[in-house]
Write a protein that binds this ligand. Structure first.
Ligand code: 6CS
Ligand code: FE
Length: 284
């Protein structure tokens, strides 16, 4: 299932495109089967909400949980990334953002590429993220809000709110928490909102939101009783890998393996769903 010309045009015009219903309920069931294991993980790659009451994100799911490893190599994601980035790609980063009912906190306004350029030395914005909706996303459970066309504005000025980074928290805490180190300057954000508008991206489970690394986005807290789990796969062009010797953030945030992805078959998740219970459904 490749992208239509209209979808490609929309991505380049707006900096994002929503692909409705890309994965079926049965394929989503195969992913959901891995969720208890993913959510029970307690290590550096699991980030809690500031309240400590809920998991915020689990990183590097493509390297640990088999269904999410298959998803990262799925042709419905990789072919789209290859087409939009005009070449071979690899998974730069993956994460599951849980955005729990009542407890899922906000993600303040930012551009992803700023983190990758400033923290990892990514050479150019030849990078995009595929956000796979594992739940229905609607008005009240914390939809991702995009600013259409903001990827044309370059890397915008940002600031670090009074984050609690420093002291005991790891250096990258301000890259993964609600108070982000590179929060877009409020006056600039106001100008962009006035001139380009704000668009909350709502869609049914199984839909995929593709967005450019420079597109400005945020998401509000989940004030609803409904979950809003989304799996994010960031695809980087294989020629755009940061210099390995300069990488200082942990591997679960920045993959050291920039080899081109070999895709799995289009039926891979369905075959997993149909595999006898108990057979190897573990990591990779
Ligand atoms: O620092 C990072 O790599 C992560 N932080 C944010 C706010 N978005 C990009 C990425 O997931
Ligand atoms: Fe982001």
């Amino acid at each position: 299932m490749s992208l239509t010309h209209e979808q490609i045009d929309q991505f380049h015009r707006d900096g994002f495109v929503l692909l409705d219903g890309r994965f079926s309920p049965r394929e989503l069931a195969a992913l959901r089967a891995a969720m208890p294991a993913v959510l029970s993980e307690r290590g550096e790659r699991t980030v809690l909400e500031d309240s400590g009451r809920a998991v915020r994100s689990i990183y590097a799911v493509h390297r640990h949980e088999r269904p999410f490893a298959l998803l990262g190599r799925h042709p419905r994601l990789v072919a789209a990334a290859r087409s939009l980035l005009a070449g071979d790609v690899y998974v730069y980063q993956s994460k599951l953002n849980v955005k729990s009912p009542f407890d899922g906190e906000l993600w303040d306004w930012h551009q992803d590429y700023t983190f990758w350029r400033e923290q990892d030395g990514m050479p150019a914005p030849r990078v995009l993220t595929a956000a796979v909706f594992l739940d229905d996303v609607h008005d009240t459970n914390g939809p991702i809000v995009m600013i259409p066309g903001s990827h044309h504005e370059g890397v915008l000025a940002s600031f670090a709110p009074d984050s609690d980074a420093g002291g005991g928290s790891p250096a990258w805490q301000g890259h993964v928490s609600a108070r982000l180190e590179y929060t877009i300057d409020r006056a600039i954000l106001g100008r962009l909102a006035e001139t380009r508008g704000l668009q909350a991206i709502k869609g049914r489970a199984g839909s995929v939101l593709l967005f450019d690394g420079r597109t400005v986005h945020a998401s509000p807290a989940n004030i609803s009783p409904f979950p809003r789990e989304i799996a994010f796969y960031t695809y980087n062009h294989v020629d755009n890998a940061p210099p390995a010797h300069a990488l200082r953030r942990p591997e679960f945030l920045v993959s050291r393996d920039s080899g081109a992805i070999e895709t799995v078959g289009d039926e891979a998740l369905l075959q997993l769903a149909e595999a006898p219970a108990g057979r190897d459904r573990g990591a990779r």
